[in-house]
Design a protein around this ligand. Structure first.
Ligand code: UD1
Length: 351
């Protein structure tokens, strides 16, 4: 299949480019080489046969060119992370939502009807919890007064009792808690609207915390695994926010690439006008403090420090149930936490 891979020069995108090429697909990358993650404005080395176009998905003319002869689009181009502050909002909305809208309009114009979209677990907000008295509940945003007092666990919204965090599946209602999360959810809605209007098929892959070789070095837009790994490379201790007990699912970039391959291969069997979303997580529940400790030990660096700081846009716990992806697309994660983090402790970062 001929695949247009937007954002194919990025950390996740370049792993997908390698995976699709190895599976025999022909790949054309379109990437704006955003300075935050491409300070040298150079694309990475691609496998032979990958065609590279430098351009922005908001530029209809270049997208039209990029779509020529293409069977499917794998849309990874996005501005990621929590960002600095609300001044980042126009850039997030521009890159992520306007960019997606331009791409979808161009796909409708060119008659390209298959799309895999990079989604995110951030669309769930706090995800799912259980209250002993009230069963399954969805806590609201954490209150500043609680966070300031070091009360990081969200209480039951009905009785204030402590909650047990659970695995979030795709039936959980979306509840985006920051600008980035809102733009990732809007991308999914835009793509569903496109699928209905243009008889397209879209699969959104909601990535959990992706890590692995060539992750960009720490910037305000980087994920926590890169921030800790970068600190260790400087000989510094990872700085763990809150009390370190926040839960995440760290999924290896090569497993995210294989999820994209599985999703692309399955699109042709789906009925026109259909949308489906899948969590992409390793299935291993870890804490941020535990991840910091594992990485520091594997690196042979200083032990993590608990700072008690917090970021207002952060959720407390979010861990995936990826059964739908396993059951429907036959995907299996191949890299476990211990193996992946041990390697990541010494693998190169970008930037
Ligand atoms: C991350 C990504 C998000 C992506 C999602 C799924 C970022 C900023 N966030 O969300 O883009 O969609 O995974 O792949 O890239 N923390 C520390 N110390 C630090 C920095 C962070 O302890 O120096 C803590 C945070 O408080 C938070 C946790 O680590 O509790 C995870 O932070 P982070 O990786 O930034 O964001 P996620 O919400 O997990």
């Amino acid at each position: 299949m001929d695949v247009l891979l937007t954002g194919g020069a990025g950390f996740i995108g370049s792993a997908i480019a390698a995976r699709l090429t190895a599976a025999g697909h022909r790949v054309r990358v379109l990437d704006a080489l955003l300075p935050a993650v491409h300070p040298r404005q150079r694309p990475p080395g691609f496998p032979d046969g990958v065609d590279f176009l430098h351009g922005d998905v908001r530029d209809r003319a270049i997208v039209d060119r990029a779509l020529r002869g293409v069977d499917a689009v794998c849309h990874q181009a996005a501005m990621v992370g929590l960002g600095l502050d609300l001044q980042d909002a126009p850039a997030y909305v521009g890159c992520n939502d306007l960019g997606t809208a331009v791409l979808l309009a161009a796909m409708a114009g060119a008659g390209v009807d298959r799309l895999v979209l990079a989604g995110s677990m951030v669309v769930y907000g706090e995800g799912r919890y259980r209250c002993a008295a009230h069963g399954e509940v969805a806590p609201g945003p954490r209150r500043t007064a609680d966070l300031d007092a070091g009360r990081f666990e969200p209480p039951c919204p009905h009785c204030g009792a402590p909650l047990a965090p659970g695995l979030v599946d795709e039936t959980a209602a979306p509840d985006p808690r920051n600008v980035y999360a809102a733009t990732k959810l809007a991308q999914e809605h835009l793509a569903s609207a496109w699928a209905r209007a243009a008889a397209g098929r879209v699969t959104a892959l909601r990535y959990h915390n992706v890590y692995g070789p060539e992750m960009p070095r720490d910037t305000p837009y980087a994920g926590v695994a890169s921030i800790f790994r970068s600190a260790l490379a400087r000989g510094e201790a990872p700085r763990v926010f809150e009390d370190g007990g926040q839960r995440r699912d760290f999924v290896h970039v090569s497993d995210v690439a294989s999820a994209n391959l599985a999703a692309l291969d399955a699109l042709g069997e789906r009925p026109p006008g259909s949308s489906r979303c899948y969590n992409v997580g390793s299935g291993e529940v870890r804490t941020v403090g535990g991840m910091a400790a594992a990485l520091a030990a594997a690196h042979g660096g200083p032990a993590p420090v608990l700072t008690g700081e917090y970021r207002l846009g952060d959720v407390r716990h979010i861990t995936a149930d990826s059964a739908r992806l396993r059951d429907e697309l036959g995907w299996r994660p191949a890299v476990g936490f211990a193996e992946g983090m041990t390697a990541f402790a010494h693998e190169p970062l970008r930037g």
